[in-house]
Design a protein. Structure first.
Length: 201
């Protein structure tokens, strides 16, 4: 079946768009498709989307919540700089690209990452500088890349029970992190928890 979606840079830097409905046949959003759409605040009809490509919503500073029930892959920098984003729900996602949510300063909750897939990968710098991030379930993540959660200063407790590899500086400077569970992890790279000075367990 042919893919149906939004082409690369289709609406890039269109500052008048406030809402997008993807409909029942759209399954991907192309590179930079809505990048710089600073008034875009509402996404509907996302149930069939499986792939959001590189930079697709980069700099969409009015987006506040996203829910993608069938999404499998989020490209590099897809939501980078979405500074109003507070909530994410991505239960089937298998891959979160580099810098995907970097500098989403107001992001508080990420629910259900790959809840049906124990091998979800979170790549380098994916949530770097998400300084308000407090709730995230990482129990189904297989690999967490370098700097993936660096400077997430409000993270307090994380469960990494199925995680195999934790990259360098992955949780660096998470200064309020007090507790981690990582019973299956086979490889911690250098400084994975550097400057996590409140970590007790």
């Amino acid at each position: 079946m042919a893919e149906i979606g939004i082409g690369n840079a289709a609406f890039k830097n269109n500052t008048t768009i406030t809402s997008v409905s993807f409909g029942s046949r759209c399954n991907y959003v192309g590179e930079d498709a809505f990048a710089g759409c600073t008034s875009l605040s509402n996404l509907t009809g996302t149930n069939m989307l499986t792939n959001i490509k590189e930079g697709a919503f980069r700099g969409c500073t009015s987006l506040t919540e996203i829910e993608f029930t069938k999404l499998l892959s989020i490209g590099d920098s897809a939501f980078n700089g979405c500074s109003s984003l507070t909530y994410i729900d991505i239960p089937n996602c298998k891959n979160i690209g580099k810098y995907a949510f970097k500098d989403c300063y107001n992001l508080i909750t990420v629910e259900n990452i790959g809840i049906d897939n124990i091998n979800t990968n979170i790549n380098a710098n994916a949530f770097e500088n998400c300084t308000n991030l407090r709730e995230i379930n990482l129990n189904n993540c297989g690999i967490i890349g370098n700097n993936a959660f660096a400077n997430c200063t409000n993270l307090r407790e994380i469960n990494l029970n199925n995680c195999k590899i934790i990259g360098g500086n992955a949780f660096g400077n998470c200064t309020n992190l007090t507790n981690i569970t990582a019973t299956q992890c086979s490889l911690f790279y250098s400084a994975a928890f550097v400057n996590c000075n409140n970590l007790t367990q």
